[in-house]
Write a new protein. Structure first.
Lengths: 306, 306
């Protein structure tokens, strides 16, 4: 395993809020180009209600197109319940992402259930996924604050984490759904999470609503987190939160990692290509920086050969 | 003195690259509104060649308009040489900013002199400013990298710092003119700078070209730096560098500081107002986040009363 893991979630969390539906062939082309960068995992979509999130209606088809791809990158899918899991298993998904919100209001708006009810259901689905031979990442959404509720007590987040750990899940993600996290909070929560069970792999998922996305990634890195979720061009946002901003931008994050001497094997050019194509597709200036400015040339010689 | 010092440089470093000249009355209105936020210092302009930088042609006039303002905020002016200093002293400037570039190529393009020649001249002007009763901040531009030269050796930066310290200047700024700084580099350089002379007040000035502005501010803060330069709406860039990006955005920085429990006395609303007016004036989406998203409401109650 590489020292740092990059999970590119743009095709799911980047696109789901967009009104203009990206054709399946375009998504597949973007996924292939993203794969050429050498990122470790690519989320192809979510198995949600096709009419509720039309942008995700072709997730099954997309997975079918990558069914015979090699072991790297790992293509992941988000599921909200057993029904989604069944669809995912049917099209050969080998890595599922599932989560609950630490905010009761966000949980109810998103799932119609309390956090406790939602977590019971998610743990059931996650165990079923494992029984079917798939890997699972379980997550806590709104782990750093909520647009509806404001402060989310850390004890609530840690209670959810403990239930995941007790159920034996080896990968736990804390997601900053609305972009509220601060670096001190990030360091504190991930430090405690690792104390709960040092064998758990901690993943982080930040949004850049208030411009703190990369700062929070760096705080997570300093706290020992090595698994990062990000979206090309900084696309995204959650349609179920009141105020939201795009994901941390993948190519900007990789550029930062390069500057820190990390993951020089990940090529920026394929990521920049997809971000540019997304900008052209949506006909607007997207939040990512590097796809517009280019990387610092003298700092990225190591990746030129790719 | 407050624990953290904010020097708002948007009217100079934010505007100087803009082609549409902001009328003097508008600049004055923006300066008055910025002052209402409670930021400590506001840079009104630079005393440069009026034809070379037309946007700065009214700096003398602008200072004259604030000549009878109270002691806070402090209005500062940038000067490049003795001629600029004379103009500044003539219109009552009480705080001057002067600097040299650590990159020979940048220094030659900017001033026609080597770094050593430029520093000798700047130290002379700074001593003259002090003799005239004004405060002076001396700076090292391109302290973290250069668009022309790439890596700028830290020894070069520290040599310039030592000459400033030997000449007895109590405030030294390191400026990341092109936005190349990384957080580890920021921590290292400011730590060494404070070891050279712990009595020197370290200022930092970052640009956000590659999305690392706030991350580098936070790194500086962790290294003990308490004096930050930033520009409303994240405007700016240096017209003399090859690739450049806007300054760290003042209202985004203040929002981050609020989230960290620092400077709750600075009101965001006046800063947001000016950023919005600048966006309307330049008729484009500016880099700042908070002026578009608004602050996190539940996190900024402390500043509501202002």
């Amino acid at each position: 395993m590489p020292d740092i893991v990059i999970h590119e979630v743009g095709l799911r969390d980047g696109l789901q809020i967009e009104r203009d539906t990206v054709p399946t062939a375009t998504k597949a082309a973007w996924a292939r180009r993203l794969a050429e960068s050498g990122v470790d995992m690519i989320q192809l979509g979510s198995f949600v209600h096709r009419e509720k999130v039309p942008q995700m209606a072709d997730t099954d088809e997309l997975f079918a197109a990558f069914r015979d791809a090699g072991p790297r990158p790992v293509f992941t899918g988000l599921v909200l319940n057993e029904k989604g899991l069944d669809r995912g298993l049917a099209c050969g998904v080998r890595y599922f992402c599932m989560g609950v919100s630490a905010s009761e209001t966000h949980s109810r708006k998103n799932t119609g259930m309390t956090t406790a009810e939602a977590q019971e259901r998610i743990i059931g689905a996650a165990l079923a996924a494992r029984a079917a031979g798939a890997a699972v990442q379980v997550s806590v959404q709104s782990a750093f604050g909520c647009s509806y509720e404001g402060i989310v007590p850390e004890s609530r987040v840690l209670d959810i984490v403990r239930r995941y750990v007790d159920a034996g899940f080896p990968i736990v993600s804390l997601a900053d759904t609305a972009g509220h996290a601060t670096p001190d909070q990030v360091e504190r929560l991930f430090t405690v999470l690792q104390e709960i069970d040092p064998s758990v792999e901690c993943a982080c998922h930040f949004h850049d609503t208030y411009g703190l996305g990369l700062l929070n990634c760096h705080a997570a890195l300093r706290a020992g987190v090595t698994y990062f979720e990000a979206a090309f061009a900084g696309l995204g946002g959650c349609p179920f939160t009141a105020v939201t901003g795009g994901n941390v931008c993948t190519e900007d994050l990789v550029h930062l990692l390069h500057r820190l001497g990390l993951r020089p094997d990940i090529a920026l050019d394929p990521l920049i290509d997809v971000a540019r194509e997304a900008g052209a597709f949506f006909k607007r200036d997207l939040p990512g920086r590097i796809y517009k400015t280019g990387a610092i040339k003298w700092a990225t010689e190591a990746t030129k050969a790719t």
